[in-house]
Design a binder for this molecule. Structure first.
Ligand code: GLA
Length: 726
């Protein structure tokens, strides 16, 4: 008997020691990356390693030394609280009921489960030993795509609410000799301009305080090169993006030891949040990839991940369309729209999209100064209402989509007259207007219902509507919520949560309707909003600017999610050039066919037919950035089908110099062993290709090692090449 007990004790001891050995580190892995977190003897959780995936599980034991130190200069605490021995930006800061501002989190437990053969979720529970504050960290690892998605949840059981004033989604640490940050900044019509700088001692913060239209000046994504400026096909690079449609903040802090800390989350500016006992504060998802072979592969991984897991209807088809915005602006009537519907059909696109200007009667929407908020059809422009237009579209054999901007209001509107208390504005100061409008207070559940009601009413009255373009033109100005009263510091966060509640309700009731996310151009482009939207509007601008803009967005978004239209901006560029630029993304037209001559129309019809034929390769293939417009006077990109049997190659001459040396472009992503035929498409009718390679066949190996002569010294010219396996 004694012997038996001894054996049981020995086995239990063995089990326990195995468990504690397992517990001393937590491994979060993709096929290419390991993130190793360590539980130190002091009970706290540290980042032990983030880098190339290790081959041997036993090598992880080597990190135990780091774990056991747990103090000193390099405290890489995974979720550091304020008031401890770390002197840098904390991930969490709480003012407890007794006024104490220190929080130190210790490890409680963790669990890892496979969500499917590719996705693993690790959940880590932490708590403060002195105050009843708890944090849960979530890490979802996508093996094949090499993506890790993280977020945190904060709660407490103190007697009264506590104030939380730092609440990061995630914190990461890096050790390298130099760090280079690429940021994306801009404004309307010049979105996502890329610039790179070296990070030296101290902090560089990228953040926004705009509330809504939050990404008007800077965008919720970044790259950090860890062994030089981020490069396309080599080098270690961190690429990260935050899924939050409001104020966000990335802090890059190089500390006293030369290590880099990257803190990502909601911008805590003016947002000390009162958290009730038991209430859970969920932070947004921070999505990152740590690439060991440059940004190109990392982008393709993000594209695959987005299509598979995040983007609304990521695997589905997309509709080509004709939008009336730049064709008519606010100046239209039924007849004009019906003509445009017929033009849409004649172009060969799937849908007609009615933009701004179709609503409001007491204060008609003749321009952007009135009517926003009054979502009744404007009877003088459209006496027979929207149902009639839906029918006209049906008669023209195209689908019908409609523009809305339901989160906003013009002060000159019936809505504002009836419900000034629904509007974010100062009660006791002069009002400042951005584009003559104000933002509705989405922290108020009644207003959330109203905004949902805008969509619901349109859909109930017009079940035939096939698409929404959902705009958001104003940042939050005159920052005061009549609903939140003395809790104004919750406005920026509760407003965005209110927006999500509306998106969620729309998605639940109308799960299959495609929607474009728009925000005065491309100021809303994040992966939380894109759970509800099939695509986003990149920019209202001319094709030359859009070459740079599309290049910039392509680092984080698949072209399938990037709406790009042919417009009349920059008429000095040919219609072919404008179309060839829009063909790179989700194609649409914002132009009347009346602006085209016969040849141009035939060209556009041919381009739409080509696009429809090649859509699967363009929208679902692998995207390669070949030649950067930032580094040369030209640019080239290509899409390759997953089967590597078809590719579409785009080449643009922007502003070449006289007599400039033109280099061949080496293609990427093809199968070296296969033979491919080269054919220039999208040619102006009755012209022939000038490419000497046109009609010839080459091995994938040749095309990738020697390349093709794609560029010319003609200003603003373009060509699209179809590449087909023989
Ligand atoms: C924003 C959009 C445009 C258009 C207008 C309508 O500026 O970016 O595409 O929809 O609103 O007012």
């Amino acid at each position: 008997m004694k012997k038996k007990i001894l054996i049981v004790l020995l086995i239990m001891g063995g089990l326990l020691s195995t468990l504690s050995a397992q517990r001393s580190f937590i491994r979060i892995s993709t096929d290419e990356t390991d993130l190793v977190l360590l539980v130190a003897p002091n009970g706290r959780l540290y980042q032990g390693y983030l880098g190339k995936r290790l081959l041997r599980e036993t090598d992880l034991d080597n990190f135990s030394y780091l774990a056991s130190t747990g103090t000193g200069d390099s405290n890489w605490e995974v979720y550091p609280g304020s008031g401890a021995e770390d002197y840098f930006e904390p991930a969490l800061a709480v003012t407890h009921n007794d006024g104490n501002m220190a929080t130190i989190l210790t490890y409680v437990s963790s669990e890892t489960k496979k969500l499917n053969s590719n996705v693993t979720e690790t959940v880590i529970y932490l708590k403060d030993r002195v105050y009843p504050t708890e944090v849960v960290l979530y890490f979802t690892a996508y093996a094949k795509e090499n993506i890790i998605k993280t977020r945190s949840e904060i709660k407490h059981k103190e007697k009264k609410p506590v104030t939380i004033w730092r609440y990061a989604s995630n914190m990461l640490y890096f050790e390298s000799s130099r760090y280079f940050l690429t940021e994306f900044s801009g404004d309307w019509a010049k979105e996502v301009r890329m610039s790179t700088q070296e990070l030296l001692f101290g902090k560089k913060i990228i953040d926004t305080k705009l509330g809504s239209r939050a990404a008007m000046h800077t965008y919720p994504f970044f790259e950090v090169g860890l062994d030089g400026i981020p490069r396309e096909n080599e080098g270690n690079v961190l690429m990260g993006t935050l899924g939050w449609t409001g104020n966000f903040q990335f802090t890059f802090e190089v500390d006293n030891t030369g290590n880099l800390r990257v803190l990502s989350g909601i911008n805590p500016y003016a947002s000390a949040y009162e958290l009730k006992p038991g209430e859970v504060f969920s932070t947004p998802e921070f999505i990152f990839t740590f690439s060991h072979c440059g940004t190109g592969k990392a982008s393709r991984n993000i594209h695959d991940w987005a299509r598979e897991y995040q983007l609304k209807d990521g695997k589905g088809d997309r509709l080509t369309l004709l939008n009336n915005w730049e064709a008519t602006y606010f100046d239209f009537d039924e007849k004009k729209l019906e003509e445009l519907m017929k033009e849409a059909k004649s172009l060969g696109v799937d849908m007609f999209l009615l933009d701004d200007g179709w609503f409001a009667n007491k204060y008609p929407r003749e321009n952007d100064r009135a009517g926003l908020g009054d979502w009744e059809v404007n009877r003088s422009k459209l006496p027979d209402g929207i149902p009639h237009l839906v029918k006209s579209a049906k008669d023209a054999d195209v689908k019908f989509g409609i523009w809305i901007e339901p989160e906003m209001v013009n002060p000159k509107s019936e809505l504002f007259e009836k419900h000034p208390e629904w509007v974010i504005h100062q009660p006791n100061r002069e009002t400042y207007y951005f584009r003559n409008q104000l933002v509705l207070d989405l922290s108020n559940p009644v207003v959330q219902d109203y905004v949902f009601g805008v969509v619901d009413k349109i859909m109930t009255e017009n079940p035939g509507i096939a698409y929404f373009k959902w705009d958001c033109n104003s940042p939050i100005t005159n920052v005061y919520s009549p609903y939140l009263k003395e809790k104004q510091n919750q406005l920026y966060i509760d407003h965005v949560r209110g927006v999500y509640k509306v998106f969620e309700k729309v998605k639940t009731k109308y799960p299959n309707i495609p929607m474009m996310l728009c925000s005065g151009g491309g100021a809303r482009c994040d992966y939380e909003a894109l759970k509800y939207f099939t695509e986003f509007w990149c920019s209202d601008t001319d094709p030359i600017e859009r070459l740079y803009i599309q290049w910039g967005y392509s680092y984080f978004f698949p072209v399938k999610s990037m709406a790009a239209h042919v417009t009349s901006w920059n008429k000095s560029t040919s219609l072919k050039f404008r179309t060839d630029v829009a063909m790179m993304c989700k194609l649409g037209f914002d132009i009347s066919l009346k602006e085209m001559d016969e040849k141009e129309l035939a060209y556009c019809q041919g381009a739409v037919a080509n696009y429809n034929r090649l859509k699967r390769v363009i929208l679902d293939g692998d995207f390669y950035r070949l030649i950067s417009p930032y580094e040369t006077n030209h640019t080239a990109v290509m899409n390759v089908s997953k089967e590597k049997n078809k590719a579409v190659l785009y080449a643009y001459d922007i502003h070449p110099r006289y007599g400039e040396k033109l280099l061949p472009v080496k293609l990427q992503g093809l199968d070296p062993a296969k033979t491919y035929k080269i054919e220039e498409i999208n040619l102006i009718p009755r012209t022939t290709s000038r490419m000497i390679s046109n009609g010839k066949s080459y091995s994938g190996d040749y095309l990738m090692k020697v390349g093709l002569n794609l560029f010319t010294t003609n200003r603003i010219s373009s060509r699209i090449i179809e590449i087909t396996q023989q």
